[in-house]
Structure formats: C-alpha cells, structure tokens
Design a protein around this ligand. Structure first.
Ligand SMILES: [Zn+2]
Length: 166
C-alpha cells in the first residue's frame, strides 16, 4: 500500500508586500520643480533681477542668514518635544539650522537648540536628531579648499608688534 502525502500544498506564496510608507519617511522628494510660473506676460517692461522675496532665516548655530528653504526647521511641539519639521508646517516655536552637520553638531553640543526653543530635549528626541545629523554631509559641499591649511587671516586691528629698537 502506498501512502500518499497530500501535504505538498503549501501556500507560502501569499506574501504580498505592499509598498506602504514605512512610518516616517515618504519616498517622495519635496521640491516640486520650478515654482515660479511666469507664463503670463506682465505689463512691466523692466528686466530687473528677480524680486527678492525669499524669506530669510538665521541659523542658530553659525548665525548665518540664509533663504528659509535652505534651512532645516526644528520645532517645539506643544508637548514639549523637539522635532524636525522638514515641511515647516508644524505649529510651535521653531528654530532654523543649516543643512550642515557642523551646524547641527555645534547646536547640539552647545545646547543652542534648547536655548532657542526654550526646552530641554528629551533623550528620545535627541536620538532622533542625532540620527538625522548622521545623514547630513560631514562637510559643506561648497567647500572647495582641500587640506586643512588655514593660515591666519588678515590680522585684525593692530598686531602687537615687537618694539623696534631704533
Ligand atoms: Zn549654520
């Protein structure tokens, strides 16, 4: 007598992995092409440079003023959390930082974020920020100088020159 084993019907093929947005990071990029649609002919004949309507914000770390969209906003939520606010839509007290690791490290190190937002960053929030900082470029892309040879710049004021014996 033969013993048939009809157990070969294994349905393991039901692994439908739906492409769900893994909580947090939507895969779409934010910038949506050119925003300035100048299709309409305006009556003005002036060919001046673009009107400077770009809102400026100051990085709390390096104190540099930059266009708002170049900066990363962090916000203090009503709960007292400190979160990244990439869309700048969250309400709450906000602060801006360059998208540079150096600025973030400085801000975190010196407690500038806490100072700017008037709140203590919880360990969890801090971890999230650290995680974000790790994704930033270690050095600004605009830095072209190679090597760390930074000689003293033009001396400020009068250098205390040694007394010249006449
Ligand atoms: Zn900065």
């Amino acid at each position: 007598m033969e013993t048939q084993t009809p157990e070969s019907i294994e349905k393991i093929e039901s692994i439908h992995v739906e492409k769900r947005a893994v909580s947090g990071q939507p895969a779409q990029s934010l910038p949506s092409g050119g925003s300035a649609k100048s299709g309409r002919q305006s009556a003005s004949k002036r060919k001046g440079p673009r009107p400077r309507r770009i809102p400026q914000r100051t990085c709390i770390a390096c104190q540099q003023e930059r266009p708002k969209r170049e900066l990363i906003r962090i916000v203090r939520t009503p709960d007292g959390h400190v979160l990244l606010d990439p869309t700048s839509k969250k309400s709450g007290r906000g602060a801006y930082l360059c998208a540079k690791r150096s600025c973030w490290e400085l801000a975190l190190k010196k407690g500038k974020i806490e100072h700017a937002l008037g709140v203590t960053i919880s360990p969890e929030d801090r971890a999230a920020l650290d995680e974000y900082v790790a994704t930033l470029p270690p050095a600004p892309p605009e830095a072209t100088g190679r090597g760390k040879v930074t000689h003293a710049r033009s001396p400020k004021g009068t250098t205390s020159a040694p007394e010249v014996a006449q």
